[in-house]
Design a protein around this ligand. Structure first.
Ligand code: NAD
Length: 358
């Protein structure tokens, strides 16, 4: 099985290197037979090839079983016509990765502002306000005059159905609670459609407890009673914003993993950005990307009926948790650099002794 690793920009190369060390450790320890193949995407590629994502790398991504993608400094990218392809958006759109699962978990040792938070935000990933991916041709953002800018938000029945279905399936494996987040009081048609479809889909899951909340109230409720939420399902931009809030409540943006999954493919990607303010200093927290890689292994294990990959995902996540409890990076109040944290997690995996082993 082949994983493509694209390190991205800013802190991307540092956190990707730490992640690769940990994934290679579990690969060798459990004889998973994974091949990790590195390629360039982002500003390095722009400099060399005139584009942030070459055709060759696009093909490599297509040929891979999964992708680990570091964050990209998209705000400084030139226009797409000048080579500034957003790799994350390209992969989400071209591979139809409609379900962006973003867990927030308060781990022992992390400075969680919400010590009991344990939720997953299921964010629709292929439509909404995202102008670069919601259109068949052209952009969803345009300017009729130099003083007027418009953005079209796309909500479809099928797009809503499939993310809500993925969220319900996940909730049934967890605490069986679903919260639908919307703003149907104002967006009566678009959020109204999302809400109606969400209720219809959720009604098909026996034993699932369903509540719904308007997105602005949700920002307050996440702070007031974060522990009461299990799986939260919502449209693209609401999910993007609320998941950063939830990650911060769990102890910081550097802790927020995410998996972008479709029916056939998935990519691991931290929820945070390229953090240019701390790039190159060996202080970035690699946990978000490492835990995203664990989610990818779990997804591949379930999809290909490979229990060893599911076991690998658990071992990687357990090692991350144990290492945070002992000593983390600076943002967590710890003393380890990015590389030392990666090495420590890799060592834990290599030295793991099963409770059942003699
Ligand atoms: P950001 O998430 O990069 O950083 C916000 C704050 O969180 C900064 O103070 C940063 O230092 C801190 N932070 C983020 N990740 C951290 C980590 N792993 N460890 C410790 N601290 C961390 O958001 P931004 O500064 O608004 O965006 C920077 C760039 O990233 C922009 O170009 C933006 O477009 C891009 N971005 C990319 C993605 C992606 O590739 N998926 C996602 C979000 C933003």
């Amino acid at each position: 099985m082949k994983l493509l690793v694209l390190s991205g920009d800013g802190i991307g190369p540092e956190i990707t290197a730490a992640t690769v060390r940990a994934v290679e450790a579990v690969n060798h320890r459990l004889n998973l037979g994974l091949t990790l193949e590195a390629a360039e995407a982002g500003l390095v590629s722009l400099e060399k090839n005139g584009t942030t994502l070459t055709q060759a790398v696009q093909e490599q991504a297509r040929a891979a079983d999964g992708v680990i993608l570091g964050p990209c400094d998209t705000i400084v990218y030139p226009d797409v016509n000048d080579g500034g392809i957003n790799p994350s958006a390209w992969l989400r759109k071209n591979f139809d990765l409609y379900a962006n699962m973003r867990p927030s978990l308060a781990r022992a040792g992390a400075p969680a502002k919400a010590p009991d938070i344990d939720l997953v935000i299921a964010r629709e990933n292929t439509e909404g306000f995202y102008a670069d991916r919601s259109m068949f041709a052209g952009s969803g953002e345009f300017m009729p005059t130099k003083d007027v800018a418009l953005a079209v938000r796309k909500i479809t029945r099928e797009g809503s159905r499939r993310i809500v279905d993925a969220a319900c399936k996940l909730a049934m494996k967890r605490r069986k609670k679903l919260c639908i987040v919307h703003k149907r009081n104002v967006f009566r048609m678009s959020d109204g459609l999302f809400y109606d479809v969400a209720q219809e889909v959720a009604a098909g899951y026996d034993g699932l407890e369903v509540e719904d909340t308007i997105v602005d109230a949700m920002a307050a409720l996440l702070i007031r009673r974060p522990e009461s939420f299990d799986v939260v399902v919502t449209t693209n931009m609401y999910g993007d914003i609320l998941s950063d809030l939830a990650a911060e409540l769990s102890g910081g943006l550097g802790l927020g993993p995410s998996l972008n999954a479709g029916d056939d493919r998935a990519i691991a990607q931290a929820a945070h950005g390229s953090a240019p303010d701390i790039a190159g200093q060996n202080i970035a927290n690699p946990v978000a990307l490492m835990a995203s890689a664990s989610m990818l292994l779990n997804w591949l294990g379930e999809r290909h009926e490979r229990p060893d990959l599911v076991e690998a995902a658990t071992r990687l996540d357990d090692a991350i948790g144990a290492q945070i409890a002992e000593n983390g990076t600076k943002d967590l109040g710890g003393t380890l650099g990015t590389d030392a944290f990666g090495d420590a997690v890799a060592n834990r995996i290599v030295n793991f002794e099963s409770k059942n082993s003699t």
